[in-house]
Design a protein around this ligand. Structure first.
Ligand code: FAD
Length: 451
């Protein structure tokens, strides 16, 4: 990999040459001038789990290893990473540099908070080991949310935690957002509900008056287990015909990947939730990376946009974002969202930082409960509105509520606001130290200007 990096001509932008991605910035879409595409850094050999230490409860993993492979290596030891992002091909390096979240985040924080050390190939072309207590500690703290603009994670040591074979799920129904946010606060503080421990918690909004919080607890035995990897669809099981509360059981493996089979609910747009289509699609294709490739092809060739135009409609505006606000502002955000964007379902996931020391490029407050809202779809656009109209509304509302937005998708901030939100001072100090010749794009150029 060092040789591949050295072979990229100075001045040529660098990108990772890897087969999967979960970014929703389709840089290649419409790119006609292939010569201007950034040069590929060969990371093909950096996708292995190097070892699992069941006594220390740690794993040593290469930077481009997918969580699917990592979980396959840890579960036989009765262990899992502290946070397993829902999409199987998200990699360790991608989740640490681009952030990640899942239903254990109310007790385990974000994936980067269980990293012990990282080997980083810096923009300067050196490999350094960054730890919380060594001379590269500022890089360690500043790596999360740097999106590969300071360097690439090539090896990480992470913490693991014990699992049980099954997970007991309880879906609780709420008719108002205030009530659901109060329940998140209460249950996340108690870590118990109705006499049973809570190991995982997330939620789904189907309509302004129909919200569910899903609790899950490890268990040694299960009276039955459901299977949502074939004909049955997980997100549809949550509402369970509108029942006030419903139970379910999954193997721990199927729980961790419950959202991947239908990419949350986004597989619907590709037709695979239609029972007839589903009955002929082999299970191995019911995966988020297959759907993402289909969407990437569509974006590249503009197929659905052409269909919309043929029907005399403007192509829908993609509104694909994850944001978070503190739980006490969550209901306000949802009110805004229903009124201005009007898309459902919406995923909800509470999170709390594990320790007080800050992560400068994504400044969340310690000891506050946040709720992440994820929404992934398209809304009708109008030619008289500026590009990204609805995305800009979301950005403005999140800023008004003192929240944050992930940068894996499109962003429309002006430079001044962007650097204020994502701590430009800290970022540029690190950039000067670890990528002094700016061989890698800077964060604004990469995440907003989409270069
Ligand atoms: C629809 C959708 C839903 C999502 N939902 C969730 C969710 O619920 N939970 C969640 O955790 N995340 C979610 N994500 C976000 C996802 O975790 C991030 O996009 C993550 O960065 C993707 O990681 P990847 O390994 O696929 O990296 P890629 O998509 O390949 O790259 C992402 C960025 O990270 C950089 N990068 C990749 N690998 C490394 C490395 N080793 N070192 C340094 N930089 C690197 C790349 O240069 C790029 O800028 C969602 C994304 C989408 C599109």
């Amino acid at each position: 990999m060092l040789a591949s990096y050295a072979a990229i001509p100075p001045g040529a932008p660098v990108r990772l040459a890897k087969r999967t991605s979960n970014l929703f910035r389709f840089r290649d879409a419409g790119a006609r001038d292939r010569a201007r595409r950034p040069a590929g850094l060969d990371v093909g050999a950096l996708n292995r789990v190097l070892g699992v230490d069941p006594d220390a409860r740690t794993a040593e993993v290469q930077g481009m290893t997918t969580y699917e492979d990592l979980v396959a290596a840890t579960l036989p030891h009765g262990l899992m990473p502290l946070v397993v992002p829902q999409l199987k091909t998200i990699t360790l390096g991608g989740a640490v540099t681009g952030l990640g979240i899942e239903s254990s985040s109310f007790r385990n924080g974000l994936p980067h908070e269980s990293v012990r050390e990282i080997d980083v190939l810096t923009g300067a072309g050196e490999v350094v080991t960054a730890r919380p207590d060594n001379e590269h500690r500022e890089l360690f703290r500043g790596f999360p949310n740097s999106y590969g603009t300071l360097g690439y994670a090539v090896r990480l040591t992470i913490d693991l935690e014990p699992v049980k074979p099954y997970v007991h799920l309880r879906h609780l129904r709420f008719t108002g957002a205030d009530e659901a946010m109060a329940a998140f606060e209460r249950i996340c503080a108690d870590r118990r509900y109705d006499g049973e421990p809570v190991d995982f918690i997330d939620g789904t909004v189907f309509a302004p008056g129909e919200l569910y919080i899903t609790l899950a607890a490890f268990t040694d035995e299960a009276p039955w287990t459901s299977d949502y990897t074939g004909r049955r669809i997980y997100y549809r099981s949550i509402a369970n015909n509108g029942a006030a509360a419903a139970d379910d059981y999954l193997t721990v493996h199927d729980y961790l990947w419950r959202w991947d089979t239908d990419w949350f609910w986004c597989s619907k747009a590709l037709g695979v939730q239609n029972p007839l289509v589903r009955s002929v699609v082999p299970r191995r294709y019911l995966r988020s990376d297959v759907y993402r490739k289909a969407v990437a092809l569509d974006r590249r060739y503009g197929l659905s946009a052409r269909v919309a135009r043929l029907r005399g409609q403007a192509p829908p505006e993609p509104v694909i974002q994850d944001i978070e606000v503190t739980a006490d502002r969550g209901a306000e955000f949802l009110d805004f969202f229903h009124r201005e964007i009007g898309m459902a379902p919406i995923w909800m996931c509470p999170l709390r930082l594990r320790e007080p020391e800050p992560w400068p490029l994504y400044p969340l407050e310690y000891d506050r409960l946040y709720v992440n809202f994820g929404f992934w779809g398209g809304v009708p656009s109008r030619p008289d509105r500026p590009e990204g109209h609805h995305n800009r509304l979301v950005e403005a509302e999140v800023s008004r509520l003192g929240g944050h937005k992930s940068l894996y998708s499109e962003a429309f901030y002006d430079a001044e606001e962007f650097w204020r939100l994502y701590n430009g001072d800290a970022y540029w100090r690190l950039k000067r130290a670890y990528d002094p010749d700016e061989r890698l794009l800077d964060l604004y150029a990469k995440c907003v200007q989409d270069r």
